[in-house]
Design a protein around this ligand. Structure first.
Ligand SMILES: Nc1ncnc2c1ncn2[C@@H]1O[C@H](COP(=O)(O)OP(=O)(O)OP(=O)(O)O)[C@@H](O)[C@H]1O
Length: 257
């Protein structure tokens, strides 16, 4: 039994016309952890995420969620199980307010079932729940602000709120601090720490300072394969990781430490 792992991959492989983008990856994500997937550009991180969230079918291998194979399931089916990927900003409606966006997310159908907010609860309940989610991500004061008018970092927080609306057990975050200034990064780090309470988070993240502050476990990918795994101290001291990151973030991190 491997109950302690909420998500596992076994021999996960993706080939694009003979090019192996993901090569025999065995990933084990422990329940309750914040787990990062890192690696240099082109390492296969996004492809792994796309395989996990059913945007792509694997060429070989298996994906298990709580010990059950989800390899052949569709995106909406795994969302119903609680495995939810944070939506990109493009999926947030620019000309709706923050509150309206969260309400839409709460009413989003997942497969054949609807969130219970949709049918049985009154609009007031829906508003209360949406406000509660905005509050959780520190956006209460932005409730009536049009999304298009919100600063970038706040839009990313809104994206987290719309993901929370799907009631994830395992939340997949795709580069949550990408393109952010230091102040927004700090805010998002704190936000992820908050929302990770009582759930598992798997994130692709380039910012190694964020990874070192947040993550319990890190898997390093290089050329599609797992290069190293462990806590930040262990993987950042690994010579293979240093070599893969030559001239990039790990060295810069150390220089600024
Ligand atoms: N649809 C596709 N068709 C062909 N090759 C692809 C496709 N998607 C990804 N690749 C290739 O697979 C490799 C891994 O790409 P991927 O985007 O998963 O890496 P990544 O680690 O997310 O990189 P980055 O950090 O730059 O986002 C790259 O060489 C990429 O060119």
């Amino acid at each position: 039994m491997t109950q302690e792992f909420i998500l596992e991959t076994r021999g996960l492989t993706k080939q694009f016309r003979g090019f192996t983008a993901v090569d025999d990856v065995n990933l084990q994500v422990r329940e309750g952890h914040i787990h990062a997937l890192i690696g240099p550009n082109g390492a296969g991180k996004t492809t792994v995420f796309n395989l996990l969230t059913k945007f792509l079918p694997p060429t070989h291998g298996e994906i298990l969620y709580r010990d059950k194979s989800i390899t052949k399931m569709k995106a909406n089916e795994i969302a119903r199980l609680g495995l939810v990927r944070s939506f990109q900003i493009s999926a947030v409606f620019a000309h709706m307010t923050a509150l309206e966006n969260v309400r839409v997310a709460l009413q989003r159908p997942i497969g054949t079932s609807f969130h219970f907010w949709k049918s049985e609860r009154t609009l007031d309940h829906l508003n209360d729940r949406a406000m509660d989610l905005l509050d959780q991500v520190g956006l209460a004061e932005y409730a009536d602000v049009l999304t298009v008018e919100m600063p970038y970092g706040r839009k990313r927080a809104l994206e987290v709120a719309t993901t929370l609306a799907m009631e994830p057990t395992l939340m997949l975050l795709d580069e949550p601090t990408q393109g952010m200034g230091a102040e927004d990064v700090d805010r998002i780090v704190e936000l992820i720490r908050q929302v990770a309470k009582g759930r598992t988070v798997l994130m692709v993240e380039h910012n190694l300072s964020v990874v070192s502050r947040l993550c319990d476990r890190i898997t390093v990918l290089a050329r599609g394969a797992v290069l190293a795994e462990g806590d930040y101290k262990t993987v950042s001291a690994n010579p293979l990781v240093k070599e893969a990151y030559m001239g990039t973030e790990v060295e810069e991190e150390e220089a600024s430490a």
